[in-house]
Ligand binder design. Structure first.
Ligand code: GUN
Length: 283
């Protein structure tokens, strides 16, 4: 019988803890914690994500600064805004929602975010520190997965972990976090030979590739922990993950659902990182 990892419940519990932390910070320092969220253009999925981030801020007592720019904004305009936010003492975290419109140089814009306000954990300094197992701001989705494993008492040390996907946002930081927690880590991707064989060795299998029902029962070892980071739409337009949940669940010791698994943890970790950022800045 499998155990369901309830990301929604865990996210709610963590948001309450974060709310208390924010309250204490505000009392002690006589100022609010601020998070700036920059959205360029009108991508519908990004609009939903940004709305949810603003809502989460209100829930935990963080002051949000929503900055909406038109899809036609120039590189100089976006850079100007990020620079302005960077030097604003009231702002502890800056998030530029991705993807940016194609005519903009996203890397150049992201590089303007100071390391101590990089609540997405995407900067070279934060990713470098993560790979050296030093204290830093960690990308929200993989950090949320680690919190799930931790809270459900799932041991990582010495376990074989397989991560499917090697993106800078999820796959790579996920692999680093698992390695830092003493797992033996394999990262699989589109050029991997014998993906099924690799996955079958996993005690902990994390899928982050964005393909509906990609992970099937024949790829999962009996008793494995399966974490589904996918956010896809199936043929009927219904939200689904990378894992064929119905097919795979009975082989698992633990499994995350979609929706209600990793998703709710991501924004919660953004709130967590913003609080961490404020505590570190001590202004
Ligand atoms: N777009 C999709 N996921 C993310 C994320 O984690 N952060 C940002 N900034 N944009 C995203």
């Amino acid at each position: 019988m499998y155990n369901l990892i309830d990301g929604k419940k865990l996210a709610q519990e963590m948001r309450e803890e974060i709310r208390l932390g924010v309250e204490e910070f505000t009392k002690k320092n006589g100022r609010e914690i601020g998070l700036a969220v920059v959205l360029v253009g009108q991508d519908p999925a990004s609009q939903v994500y940004v709305r949810n981030k603003i809502k989460a801020c209100a829930e935990v007592g963080i002051k949000s600064y929503a900055k909406y720019l038109s899809a036609e904004s120039t590189q100089a305009e976006v850079e100007g805004l990020v620079k302005e936010l960077s030097s604003d003492k009231n702002i502890d975290g800056i998030l530029v929602q991705l993807p940016l419109p194609k005519h903009l140089d996203a890397d150049k814009i992201l590089r303007l975010i100071p390391t101590d306000k990089d609540v997405d954990g995407f900067s070279e300094e934060n990713t470098g520190k993560l790979s050296m197992n030093e204290d830093c701001l960690v990308a929200c989705t993989p950090n949320g997965v680690m919190k799930m494993l931790e809270r459900y008492g799932i041991e990582i040390k010495g376990k074989k972990a397989v991560v499917i996907g090697r993106s800078n946002i999820v796959g790579k930081p996920m692999a680093m976090l698992l390695l830092n927690a003493d797992a033996t880590v394999t990262v699989c991707h589109s050029k991997t030979r014998d993906l099924k064989e690799e996955c079958l060795r996993a005690d902990i299998l994390v899928s982050a590739i964005g393909k509906s029902k990609f992970v099937t029962a024949d790829m999962v070892k009996e008793g494995a922990v399966v974490i589904d980071v996918g956010m896809n739409r199936d043929e009927n337009g219904k939200l689904c993950g990378d894992v064929d949940f119905e097919n795979v669940k009975d082989k698992c010791s633990y499994i995350t659902p979609v929706p209600g698994g990793v998703g709710p943890m991501t924004i919660t970790m953004l709130m967590y990182n913003t609080l961490q950022s404020a505590l570190r800045r001590k202004i």
